[in-house]
Design a binder for this molecule. Structure first.
Ligand code: ZME
Length: 559
């Protein structure tokens, strides 16, 4: 029986093999015992968890690494089976807590050179939604053990004095921000949520309201330190090993583990004027958004979201103003449809501009076509604005509605030429009472995404594409609402509508190689070539399901 088949069989029969007791046993007959055990259908203790069924030889191999001083846990694997999606729970054989880049290189090298078929996934705070940071029967490297931030306010000789920050793969963006602000500096491009690791976001893209101007986070990286799938530690940049640099950024963890990143900084503003404005007409909304992301854009941050045309405090128009009491039914135009569109922009400023900021923002809003009575403003510090989701996190967390519930999310990049159709076929249909969570819609400039980056963006002539993020929460049963499977079906239906529209998934999840080939499109051949170059045995990030682990030895396979 082929080993992979055996594993699948073991997984589906739900056995819990106590491999520890088999660890001292070496030889072909351990496999026989495992296969015999797999015939006994022992009920799995958790309906979601696919437990680890590790071969005794793999276990011994990992134990030998532990003996050499690697901090390796075979028991504390529960956290590594969980992620933000709460949709897949694959148990690794072991979790590693690296003390430095050397530990990561050691374990990747050892696995790459071994005869085992172990896989390795780097995991940060576990914000993947589909098991992308899980390694069934493999090794999860807990990257939050790798932290250390150094701000270089004057840059170095090579970067002509431009300031930058160096952070480790396991550092959080919020900590990078805090460290940079000590010098009056800050990174230029962000995600909406800052309690994410540097390595995790840079393996995807990192998109927020600054991306229209600065590109995603991956467009603002000057240099990386990467441990490749061969276990080599390589410094790379646009001029030094550029193939590895561009492959790794947006590379979904397929080519290497990001252990360090050098990120460009700018002078940090002190405060932001934060504005939301409602539209009833999608054409007017998108026209203004596209104007606001043009080269002459006066605002520093441009996003947008969809709300239902009702008083629901979670996803209706009541959620728009910064003070809920600032809006009422009477203010909503009678001709409004089932959904409303909310533009969200900010203007950053500093103390010296305090006396002009009102006037400046007013003149910036003057040419826009939102409903004049549906304009809401607030003012806050730059830090509080960037870390704005933290407050939501604290509130929802205390009610068990943050990382305790499933998040069947779908993120899409939709070409501008398809967006009106997308609005008609999807947005106006899906936003009902049942949609719990943010639905973000805002445009980005494709020219800010270097073609050499691994991340897939819509192909074709459009310079502008939209990010459309369906960020649904699966609320507990007692709160009513659709089932998880209904939500996943909704996502599939949206993807079906998208098929002729040249959309791409962001934070993508695909089932098989054919889908992945289609996803990467014209970038696929290079992606495969890079895999062959940097992780030829397909050890890294198996949870993405792009490549299958290549084995060196077939002997243990065939009992
Ligand atoms: C992938 C992604 C998530 C981009 C933005 N998000 C968000 N998640 C949760 N709440 C949000 C949000 N953006 C605004 N609110």
């Amino acid at each position: 029986m082929a080993d992979t088949q055996f594993r699948q069989h073991a997984a589906t029969t739900g056995i819990m093999v106590v491999t520890r007791s088999l660890a001292p046993v070496v030889g072909w007959w351990t496999c026989v015992i495992l296969i015999l055990l797999s015939q006994i259908n022992v009920a799995c203790s958790s309906s979601h968890l696919t437990p680890s069924v590790i071969a005794a030889t793999d276990r011994m191999f990992l134990e030998s690494l532990a003996l050499q001083g690697m901090q390796l846990s075979f028991d504390n694997t529960t956290a590594a089976t969980k992620d933000w999606g709460k949709l897949r729970h694959l148990e690794p054989a072991a979790v590693v807590y690296p003390r430095g880049v050397e530990d990561i290189a050691t374990i990747v090298q050892a696995v790459a050179r071994s005869e085992s078929d172990l896989t390795i996934a780097a995991r940060g705070l576990g914000h993947s939604t589909n098991g992308q940071a899980q390694a069934h029967n493999g090794v999860v490297i807990q990257m939050t053990a790798m932290r250390g931030i150094r701000v270089m306010p004057l840059g170095d000789g090579a970067s002509k004095g431009a300031p930058f920050v160096e952070a480790m793969g396991g550092d959080l963006w919020v900590d990078v921000l805090k460290a940079s602000l000590e010098f009056g500096l800050a990174p230029k491009s962000w995600t909406d949520y800052l309690h994410l690791t540097i390595g995790g976001t840079l393996s995807n893209a990192g998109v927020s309201g600054q991306s229209f101007r600065h590109g995603p986070e991956i467009s603002n990286v000057l240099q990386l330190e990467v441990v490749t799938g061969k276990g080599e530690t390589v410094d790379c940049s646009p001029t030094q090993h550029p193939e590895l640099f561009f492959a790794t950024l947006g590379g979904l963890g397929q080519f290497g583990i990001i252990t360090k990143a050098r990120i460009a900084l700018e002078k940090a503003p002190q405060r932001v004027r934060w504005v939301r404005a409602l539209y009833t007409d999608f054409a007017a909304f998108r026209r203004d958004q596209e104007f606001l992301i043009s080269a002459i854009s006066p605002f520093d941050y441009v996003e947008g979201f969809v709300v239902a045309n009702n008083a629901n405090p979670i996803n209706g128009w009541s959620s728009v103003p910064f003070e809920a009491s600032d809006i009422s039914e009477a203010m909503i135009p009678g001709h409004a449809g089932p959904i409303l569109y909310c533009l969200e922009v900010t203007k950053a400023y500093s103390a010296a501009d305090l006396h002009t900021i009102d006037e400046v923002v007013e003149s910036m809003l003057a040419p826009l076509n939102f409903h004049r009575e549906l304009l809401f403003k607030t003012d806050t510090s730059y830090f509080k604005f960037l870390d704005r989701l933290h407050e939501t996190e604290v509130q929802l967390s205390s009610r068990g509605l943050w990382d305790q519930i499933p998040h069947p999310w779908l993120n899409l990049f939709v070409p501008a030429s398809s967006i009106e159709r997308f609005d008609m076929l999807v947005l106006k249909k899906i936003m009902t009472q049942d949609f719990s969570g943010p639905l973000l819609v805002y445009p980005l400039n494709k020219s800010k995404w270097d073609k050499r980056l691994s991340v897939a963006v819509p192909e074709g002539p459009d310079e502008i594409f939209y990010i459309v993020a369906f960020l649904r929460n699966k609320l507990p049963e007692l709160d009513g609402g659709p089932t998880l499977s209904t939500m996943l079906e909704d996502n599939d239906n949206i993807l079906r509508v998208c098929e002729p529209l040249r959309c791409k998934q962001y934070l993508p999840r695909h089932q098989d190689r054919i889908q992945w080939k289609r996803h990467f499109g014209s970038k696929w051949d290079l992606f495969v070539q890079n895999k062959q170059m940097f992780d030829p045995r397909a050890i890294l990030s198996p949870g993405q399901n792009i490549f299958s682990r290549r084995r060196r030895l077939v002997q243990v396979d065939s009992v």
